[in-house]
Structure formats: structure tokens, C-alpha cells
Design a protein around this ligand. Structure first.
Ligand code: UT7
Length: 335
């Protein structure tokens, strides 16, 4: 670890990567037993076949902690090697405080600064990597970045328009300077606040406080969205962000070995691949197994791509994500 406030001497990038998945697998047929849907509809419209569901006794900090420990082990770090934690989630441990203090305490990292990107939707993890990169460059910090969601707790389990889409998971990365870092070559991000109401949870804040009637309707804990609008924006913004980050890095798309997009829907991923003019085999896809896991989806996909040997040393890997806000972000990595 560098002394605090010392700018990074080495390239800044990923120094460790880890994930955690709840054990319980839920199939489309199980959804079809509960609501008016079918495996055929879900697969043809989304590509999703299964998703993981956290156990009743599991909370956000549990999943986050397990992923964090896996990322530390992957980089051969001890908790004491971490200088800062940033955690992205839409499903916090409690309303106040944010979730990262719970992870800090249980990880035993000491009184390092911790903060959440709360409600940053599915783009949260990639946004957090960009922020962590800045902290690593300016302070020489090693930052633990976590994307964690228990999105199945934020669903109306009777609303077929949303409930079949999501799953629970956590992913984490250690970001910092190091001679062997997976370098973050360039990053970009953006937000369109005029679309805030198209995807989100309506009640529970100061604008629409919880009342008994609203609580009875579940408005404080149910995601609502205009699916088609979200679909269009996701394709457009993930493609745009990809082009932007490649332009910043001065790298043509043909030099990218693998695109790892936010896993929202197979049709969205195919449309992004078409817009980027990247062949399907250079786009990593695991949405069929896990559904949309929000801010956990990119680290989960990146981790699995690495595990499956889809990434070679020297490869350029493009991350791109989009979510509620609307927020979007893209990042170029060199392995
Ligand atoms: O990370 C961002 C989070 N959000 C997303 O990723 C969502 C993005 N949007 C989507 O993925 C797609 O818009 C959906 C998968 C949500 C919907 O696909 P679509 O092709 O846009 O379908 P649609 O909205 O045009 O709905 C078609 C029909 C509707 O029936 P009617 O009104 O035409 O009779 C829906 O009621 O499909 C119906 N439907 C279902 N039918 C069976 C909606 N959900 C289901 C379901 N099973 N689960």
C-alpha cells in the first residue's frame, strides 16, 4: 500500500475479481406455476432460463461480503490491504445507513472510508470502477468495488412484466495500482435525468412517502418500468458508451477481443452486438443462467468469461452497462 495521498506509480486496474451466487436456482417452469407465463415466452423474449434466489435468511451484506472475500483471495490480499470501499446496490441492507459500512465491519478492514452508489441501477458497478480508478490514480488507494443485488426482493412476484427478469448475485473487484493490474485503459459515463421515472421504485422517498395504503400496495418495494422504452434506451446507450470509450482510448472495435455487457436481456445484447458490428462470439452472454442481476451482472459476466478461458493475456475487454437513472457507463480493460 502506498502512503495515503500518494499518486499511483503503476498502471491502475483490476487486481482481483470475485463473485457470490445464492444456491437456490429458480426455473421458468416454476414461474409458470405461480403466474400466467411460460418457459417459451420468457426464453423467446428475454433468453433467460434460470435465475438465483437468495434465501430468506440472506441479506445484501451477506452476498456482498462473500463476493468481497472472493475478490481479495483472487488478488492474494488481506482485508488490511484495502484503503476504501465503494458498493453499488439498489437493494440496501437497511434504508440508513448505506450497505458498505456493514461490509467494512464484517470484513475487518478497519476504519477506512466507505460509501455506496445507491439506486444507480444496473450501471452501478461500472460507474463504481470508474470512481475507484480515479481514487487509485489520485491517492494510490486500493479500492474494493462491490456490485450486489437481491433484486428478487424488489419485485412484485405477481407482476409478470417484471418478476421473471431479475435474479440475485454479487460481484466484487479490487482496483488499484500494480505491475500486474488488468489495466483500466479508459472509462466513460453519462446520465439522462429526464428519464428518471421510466424505471424505478415509486414510493418510499420524500416525494412519495410511505403510507399504510401505499405499503399495502407494495409501492415501496416493487420495481416498475416501461419495458419497451428501457429496452430501446439500453441498446442505444450501451452502444454509444462503447463507441465513446473506444474513441477515448483510440482503439478500433475490431481490436476488442470480448465485449462484456450488462446482462439485461438476450435481445438487448444481440442488438448491441449488431450496432457495434461485433460478431456474436465476441460478446459474452450468461443472462440465460442468472437473469438480470443489476449491478452484479457485469462483474459476474467478467468473472465467468475469465473462468471459461474466454480472455487471454493482452486482450482488450470492453465493459458496457445501462440502468435506472438513466445511467450508463463503459470501460476498456487490457488483460
Ligand atoms: O437493466 C434494465 C432493466 N430492465 C430491462 O432490462 C427490461 C427491458 N425490456 C425488456 O426486456 C422487454 O421490454 C420485456 C422483456 C420486459 C418485454 O418484452 P417486449 O417484447 O417488449 O414485450 P411487450 O412489452 O411488447 O409485451 C408483449 C406482451 C404483453 O401482452 P399484450 O399486452 O400484448 O397482450 C404483455 O402483457 O407480453 C405480455 N407479457 C408476458 N406474457 C407472458 C409480459 N410479460 C409476460 C410474461 N409472460 N412474463
Amino acid at each position: 500500500m502506498s502512503p495515503p495521498g500518494t499518486p499511483a506509480q503503476h498502471a491502475v486496474g483490476l487486481l482481483g475479481l470475485g463473485i457470490h451466487l445464492p444456491e437456490r436456482v429458480m426455473t421458468n417452469d416454476e414461474w409458470a406455476e405461480r403466474i400466467d407465463t411460460s418457459d417459451e415466452w420468457i426464453v423467446s423474449r428475454t433468453g433467460i432460463r434460470t435465475r438465483r434466489i437468495a434465501g430468506e435468511e440472506e441479506s445484501t451484506a451477506d452476498l456482498a461480503l462473500a463476493a468481497a472475500r472472493a475478490a481479495l483471495a483472487d488478488g492474494a490480499f488481506e482485508p488490511a490491504d484495502i484503503d476504501e470501499i465503494v458498493l453499488a446496490t439498489d437493494t440496501p441492507e437497511v434504508f440508513i445507513p448505506d450497505t458498505s459500512p456493514y461490509v467494512q465491519d464484517r470484513l475487518g478492514v478497519g476504519h477506512i472510508p466507505c460509501y455506496d452508489l445507491a439506486g444507480s441501477g444496473c450501471a452501478g458497478f461500472v460507474l463504481a470502477l470508474d470512481i475507484a480508478r480515479s481514487r487509485a490514480i489520485s491517492h494510490g488507494h486500493r479500492v474494493l468495488v462491490i456490485g450486489v443485488e437481491l433484486l428478487t426482493r424488489l419485485m412484485n412476484w405477481e407482476d409478470r412484466n417484471t418478476c421473471v427478469l431479475f435474479g440475485d448475485a454479487a460481484g466484487a473487484a479490487v482496483v488499484g495500482p500494480g505491475p500486474d493490474a488488468v489495466e483500466i485503459v479508459a472509462a466513460t459515463a453519462g446520465t439522462d435525468g429526464s428519464k428518471s421515472d421510466i424505471l424505478g421504485v415509486e414510493a418510499g422517498g420524500t416525494r412519495v412517502p410511505i403510507t399504510v395504503e401505499r405499503a399495502r400496495q407494495g409501492l415501496h418495494k416493487h420495481v416498475v418500468m416501461q419495458g419497451r422504452e428501457v429496452f430501446r434506451e439500453a441498446v442505444s446507450r450501451m452502444s454509444q458508451a462503447s463507441h465513446e470509450v473506444l474513441e477515448k482510448a483510440g482503439v478500433p472495435i475490431d481490436d476488442v477481443a470480448l465485449v462484456v455487457p450488462h446482462q439485461a436481456n438476450l435481445r438487448i445484447l444481440n442488438a448491441v452486438a449488431r450496432r457495434l458490428q461485433v460478431p456474436q462470439e465476441r460478446v459474452f452472454i450468461n443472462v440465460q443462467k442468472y437473469g438480470n442481476t443489476g449491478s452484479a451482472s457485469v462483474p459476474l459476466a467478467l468473472w465467468e468469461a475469465r473462468e471459461q478461458g474466454r480472455i487471454e493475456p493482452g486482450d482488450l475487454v470492453l465493459l458496457t452497462a445501462f440502468g435506472a437513472g438513466f445511467h450508463w457507463a463503459a470501460l476498456l480493460l487490457r488483460f
